[in-house]
Design a protein around this ligand. Structure first.
Ligand SMILES: NC(=O)c1ccc[n+]([C@@H]2O[C@H](COP(=O)([O-])OP(=O)(O)OC[C@H]3O[C@@H](n4cnc5c(N)ncnc54)[C@H](O)[C@@H]3O)[C@@H](O)[C@H]2O)c1
Ligand SMILES: O=C(O)C1=N[C@H](C(=O)O)CCC1
Length: 242
């Protein structure tokens, strides 16, 4: 059995991962939450999962690198600086970072890239997401992941295309951009809709998370897959063989 260490162990995802680990033939080496030293856990675990907060990522990566322990990063709301830290860590340990560990969204990502490529830049792309009232980041990590896939399909990058839609659009749409709209409320686990809007017709590709266990199961699968892998950055599609 592979022993998983959980950063953010007292949170919604940390608790869901601890509950599901046994079903996937993994054990829990322990957890660390706010105010706790991340280094002992990194030494005790064979692989780490981080579902905590962006502010904690730097210390979690430092602990993982010092112990030589691979890490799955599910925390969202990451900045370009965080991504640079992840790239640096991946020079010495195996790291898998993703905004969504579910099977459904991993497949949706592939479909969105394909649709964007086949439809071309004449079709506007808008991404709508809704999450529970406690979620602090927007757009969601999944929305950004899907935006990346759509941009890749068009042969561009999201940075060139991004419209940060939290406050909604003011004025007409900017041609060629990818728009984001975020809704927050209630107990919604995670809904995403990618709208391709053309002349006189629309295509909508979406995913609705009904239970947080879909993310927890994917995170444990990713952790088991990552344990023992050489240094580098990996993705969920590789884990799930898609
Ligand atoms: N990638 C995915 O599939 C996926 C799925 C669900 C949630 N998430 C992301 O995971 C993160 C956590 O989500 P959640 O719903 O469990 O949130 P949450 O607020 O319930 O849990 C976060 C936990 O992190 C803890 N924490 C804060 N600072 C810490 C530190 N320095 N060290 C260790 N722990 C610390 C908090 O005390 C809390 O217990 C969010 O960024 C969320 O967007 C990702
Ligand atoms: O509950 C959350 O927070 C979620 N975060 C991820 C995101 O930002 O996309 C995945 C869905 C649930």
């Amino acid at each position: 059995m592979t022993a998983i260490g959980i950063y953010g162990s007292a949170g919604r995802m940390g608790r869901a991962i601890a509950t599901i680990a046994g079903d996937e033939s993994a054990s829990v080496a322990g957890g660390a939450d706010a105010g706790e030293d991340p280094f002992p856990l990194a030494r005790d675990a064979e692989v780490l999962v981080d579902f905590s907060t962006p502010a904690a990522l730097e210390s979690h990566l430092a602990a993982a690198v010092a112990a030589g322990t691979p890490m799955v990063i599910g925390t969202t709301g990451l900045s370009p600086t965080h991504h640079a830290l992840i790239d640096r860590a991946a020079e010495s340990i195996a790291v898998l970072q993703t905004g969504n560990t579910s099977l459904g969204v991993t497949l949706l990502n592939i479909l969105v890239q394909e649709a964007a490529q086949r439809l071309g830049p004449e079709w506007d792309i808008e991404i709508v997401e809704m999450h529970h009232r406690h979620k602090v980041d927007a757009p969601s990590g999944t929305a950004l992941l899907l935006g990346d896939a759509a941009a890749k399909g068009r042969g561009t990058t999201l940075n060139e295309e991004r419209v940060d839609g939290r406050a909604g659009l003011v004025g007409a749409r900017t041609e060629g951009t990818i728009g984001f709209s975020s809704l927050r409320g209630g107990t919604v686990v995670g809904d995403h809709l990618v709208v391709f809007a053309g002349e006189g017709e629309r295509i909508e590709l979406g995913h609705r998370g009904e239970d947080r266990s879909i993310f927890a199961r994917g995170a444990v699968k990713a952790a088991l897959w990552l344990a023992g892998k050489p240094a580098g950055r990996y993705g969920m599609a590789e884990v799930l063989g898609l």
